[in-house]
Design a protein around this ligand. Structure first.
Ligand SMILES: NC(=O)c1ccc[n+]([C@@H]2O[C@H](COP(=O)([O-])OP(=O)(O)OC[C@H]3O[C@@H](n4cnc5c(N)ncnc54)[C@H](O)[C@@H]3O)[C@@H](O)[C@H]2O)c1
Ligand SMILES: *[C@@H]1O[C@H](CO)[C@@H](O)[C@H](O)[C@H]1NC(C)=O
Ligand SMILES: *[C@@H]1O[C@H](CO)[C@@H](O)[C@H](O)[C@H]1NC(C)=O
Ligand SMILES: CC(=O)N[C@H]1CO[C@H](CO)[C@@H](O)[C@@H]1O
Length: 315
């Protein structure tokens, strides 16, 4: 599958061929045909086949990876509870379909909002698939934070590593740069030293990242598409091939209650390192009072949403 590119090193470059199975609801099938044409027109060398379908038993059959994007969008005048109820129904059905049709080793990435809670519902509806195999997308927020710092310092985005997104994928998420490292023209510095503007880091930086989704919608009249797709690719690629040595990324993963005082039984965004398709929360980072308060606030929001969602799940 992967060929060694040099005679001295066996370097397995990210070259995993894929078959894409695209599931949508029946009225969207004509639109899906347009997506299939565009995918073909990309002439992607690793894309071996595209299968559009409106049948769950085709869409979920023997999957190695599942990216759950479809969810109920908020409509004018819709109550938060009704929206959550509708999404619980969708992600319960999708969890059950994963349980029934997918491989037990499937890696499931939930994108549709509210992503954290939808992910929890899907995992609870697929009891024979390990909870660790479910994650939700906060990589877009992670990339936003990384890019904001890079632009501020005036370095390329890959000169900034180890930012963290804690908590929910919402405006209460906490983008944290206390452990970030910036390569400032060859010299490694902490994020705070490189930026050298604490009030920006504790103020506008945080709100810019938290409200970036809304800002994109306001400007484009449409929600993030390209950046979200890029973040999904980053997330799945890192699950497949691992994170680089010494680097972590942010992912919403199952909290067992053993990391950073985050309550048990939540999908919460943590810094994780990934090896051999298995993630581990990066434990032991120091957390100051400023961070603590923000991490707890976003956790409280998720506990509340989970408890409401579980009443719908039981119903
Ligand atoms: N976590 C993140 O960072 C992040 C980033 C971007 C978007 N999102 C969320 O992702 C979701 C999708 O966004 P989008 O812009 O791609 O929306 P979209 O409306 O363009 O696409 C959603 C697709 O899902 C389909 N769908 C709906 N219900 C379905 C079901 N039950 N089964 C199969 N397919 C179904 C729809 O027909 C539609 O084609 C939204 O909830 C959005 O808020 C999350
Ligand atoms: C958590 O984040 C999602 C995604 O932005 C949002 O829809 C949801 O309302 C948030 N949860 C709460 C309880 O605010
Ligand atoms: C990688 O994970 C697989 C399945 O979980 C396991 O069988 C294998 O031993 C692991 N390999 C390494 C090098 O840890
Ligand atoms: C990402 C992850 O944690 N994957 C796990 C999924 O479940 C299998 C067992 O079925 C584990 O081996 C993987 O590590």
């Amino acid at each position: 599958m992967c060929s060694a590119r040099t005679s001295m090193l066996i370097v397995c470059l990210p070259c995993q061929p894929i078959i894409l199975v695209l599931l949508d609801i029946t009225p969207m099938l004509p639109v899906l045909d347009g997506v299939v044409m565009e995918l073909q027109d990309c002439a992607l060398p690793l894309l071996r086949e595209v299968i559009p379908t409106d049948k769950v038993e085709v869409g979920f059959k023997d999957l190695d990876a599942a990216i759950l994007v479809g969810s109920m969008p908020r409509k004018e005048g819709m109550e938060r509870k009704d929206l959550l109820n509708a999404n619980v129904a969708i992600f319960k059905t999708q969890g059950e379909a994963l349980e029934k049709y997918a491989k037990k080793t499937v890696k499931v990435l939930v994108v549709g909002n509210p992503a954290n809670t939808n992910c929890l519902i899907a995992s609870k509806s697929a009891p024979s698939i390990p909870k660790e195999n479910f994650s939700c997308l906060t990589r877009l927020d992670h990339n936003r934070a990384r890019s904001q710092v890079a632009m501020r310092v005036g370095v390329p985005s890959d000169s900034v590593k180890n930012v963290i997104i804690w908590g929910n994928h919402s405006s209460t998420q906490y983008p944290d740069v206390h452990h970030a490292i910036v390569n400032h023209h060859g010299k490694e510095m902490s994020g705070f030293d490189a930026v050298n503007d604490e009030s920006w880091l504790k103020g506008d930086f945080i709100t810019t990242v938290q409200q970036r989704g809304a800002a994109v919608i306001k400007a484009r009249k449409l929600s993030s598409a390209m950046s979200a797709a890029k973040a999904i690719c980053d997330h799945m690629r890192d699950i497949w091939f691992g994170t680089p040595d010494g680097e972590w990324v942010s992912m919403g993963v199952y909290s067992t209650g053993n990391s950073y005082g985050v309550p048990n039984d939540l999908m919460y965004s943590f810094p994780v390192m990934i090896k051999n398709k298995t993630w581990k929360v990066v434990d032991g980072l120091s957390i100051n009072d400023f961070s603590r308060g923000k991490m707890d606030a976003t956790a409280a929001e998720l506990v509340d949403e989970r408890d409401t969602a579980l009443t719908f799940l039981g119903a």
